[in-house]
Design a protein around this ligand. Structure first.
Ligand SMILES: Nc1ncnc2c1ncn2[C@@H]1O[C@H](COP(=O)(O)OP(=O)(O)O)[C@@H](O)[C@H]1O
Ligand SMILES: [Mg+2]
Length: 262
């Protein structure tokens, strides 16, 4: 393969502690998550210090089993760390009880899944509005119009998911995740079920949501071409930070992953 010059590969230590406080949307400090015990003990995360930049697209990559999903679930308040700290929007998640954690997820984070997770019997518009409706909150209609515009959904709002392409469905799911202006949107393999054209479309819209709406997005992906849309790529190996790439090309990502050694 004809790999271009490597992107700046920062040492792991530089991933934390270098950003001014107001540039940080979320952070972890010595984050540890273990599963099982004794001989079966698994360190899914073995001490991760990470800062997620506000209004940036951060991609998380690494071999299967390296801790990507666990890291994202801990950042999103879906999973509880064994030790260490997570804070999002200045809120220390470890200080929240179950009710407060549920409220935190509803108010401060949005999710985009590989499988879209739309309600098939509701229209695109109803799907986008559903979370706020369930929370009994009035949508910001300016934001709604903005998202519909950026995501190119204006002529699709009355369609139901089965009448939409995969790429259109994922755009509806992105609008749903972004409507409440969450501090961070977490996307777990958002293009995993899409062909390359729809993937490029969805990644382009995630990029625009960062550039034009100031949204903070964290995306787990296996695909170097998807990671190349990110401002920063965080590499994990064996539950530890193995490096970060700044605005890498797809070739830079391929080279860095090869350097991780499977
Ligand atoms: N619920 C669980 N119970 C036991 N082990 C788990 C559980 N979830 C994840 N693990 C283990 O933790 C490690 C990291 O998993 P995960 O975060 O899913 O990695 P990735 O998303 O990078 O593939 C793996 O060794 C995995 O087997
Ligand atoms: Mg995973």
């Amino acid at each position: 393969m004809n790999s271009t010059s490597a992107a700046p590969l920062a040492p792991p230590a530089s991933a934390a502690g270098h950003l001014p406080a107001d540039a940080v949307a979320a952070r972890t400090r010595d984050l540890v998550k273990t599963y099982g015990r004794g001989d079966a003990l698994v360190h899914a995360l073995a001490g991760v210090d990470l800062e997620i930049e506000r209004a940036r697209l951060t991609a998380i990559m690494g071999p299967s089993g390296s801790g990507k999903s666990t890291l994202m679930h801990c950042l999103a308040g879906l999973d509880t760390p064994t030790s260490g700290d997570v804070s999002v929007a200045g809120i220390a998640l470890g200080s929240l009880d179950d009710n407060a954690l549920t409220r935190f997820r509803r108010e401060h984070v949005g999710f985009v899944f590989q499988a879209f997770n739309l309600i098939p019997t509701l229209t695109a518009r109803q799907n986008v509005l559903l979370p706020l409706e369930l929370a009994n909150r009035e949508p910001d209609w300016r934001r709604f119009d903005q998202l519909v515009d950026v995501l190119g959904l204006a002529d699709r709002l009355t369609h139901r998911p089965p009448e939409l392409s995969g790429g259109q469905q994922q755009r509806v799911a992105i609008a749903r995740a972004l409507l409440s202006s969450p501090e961070v949107v977490f996307a777990d393999e958002p293009t995993g079920n899409l062909d390359s054209r729809s993937s490029a479309e969805v990644l382009g819209f995630l990029r625009r949501s960062v550039d034009e709406l100031g949204q903070t997005v964290v995306m787990v992906t296996h695909e170097p071409s998807a990671a190349a849309y990110a401002d920063r790529v965080v590499l994990l190996r064996d539950g530890r930070l193995a490096g970060t790439l700044v605005r890498p090309s797809a070739d830079d990502v391929v080279a860095a992953i090869a350097g991780l050694g499977g």
